[in-house]
Design a protein around this ligand. Sequence first.
Ligand SMILES: C[S@@+](CC[C@H](N)C(=O)[O-])C[C@H]1O[C@@H](n2cnc3c(N)ncnc32)[C@H](O)[C@@H]1O
Length: 221
Amino acid sequence: MAEPRSWQAETALLGNADPSDPTGWFEPLWASAKDGAVTMPWDRDDPHPALAAWPNSPDLGTASGTAVVVGCGLGADAEHLSLLGYETTAFDISPAAIAAARARNPGSAVTYAVGNLLDLPRDWISAFDLVVEIFTVQAVNRRVRGGLTAGVRSLVAPGGILLAIQAIAEKGDDDGPPWPLTQPEIEAFGTDGLSAVSIEGLPDYASPSPLGLWRAEFRRS
Ligand SMILES: C[S@@+](CC[C@H](N)C(=O)[O-])C[C@H]1O[C@@H](n2cnc3c(N)ncnc32)[C@H](O)[C@@H]1O
């Protein structure tokens, strides 16, 4: 069998910057990875280090309430939240990604589901005590940024927390993917009833941006 092609190179062929279908490239990419034609994208078994080191994280097994992971890919962050104690849902727009997440985590307590941030099921709105969003918004071109950000916000329950981890951009441009977030773009999570608890710039974490990562926490009153 031929060596898998690099998924990073594949994204351009799939039209990753096509503004008329900004999320259309994810499913063919994940499906090609599942078939072994390209390497597995966003492949990690451990929680993102900026999530694992989140200072306000509950200790292992002590969390209560519901959590959701947006654009969950292979599920490492969702498995982490489940081990903390959250009743965890994790969704991705790509059915192939969700199939790969289920295959990678047999016996998991996480509910994996296909879902689109731009067209969320009604019963997920305001349903989660913790919402974790890592690298989904930045993976989609700016044409739908406002809708994706609003979708993330809408998942947070009254009194709930949103944790967003995204690469930092000094100014917004169209040169992606990814399309890292400017300061106003990360602050935009803190509207419509949410307010910022902290917005940190973490220069030392591995990031697609030389400026590092935002780790931003918001709370709904
Ligand atoms: C850059 S990857 C990050 C994956 C994972 N969060 C991680 O950090 O490894 C972005 C993920 O978001 C998913 N995605 C893109 N647009 C989405 C949407 N509108 N709704 C839900 N998931 C989406 C993609 O299929 C992909 O798995």
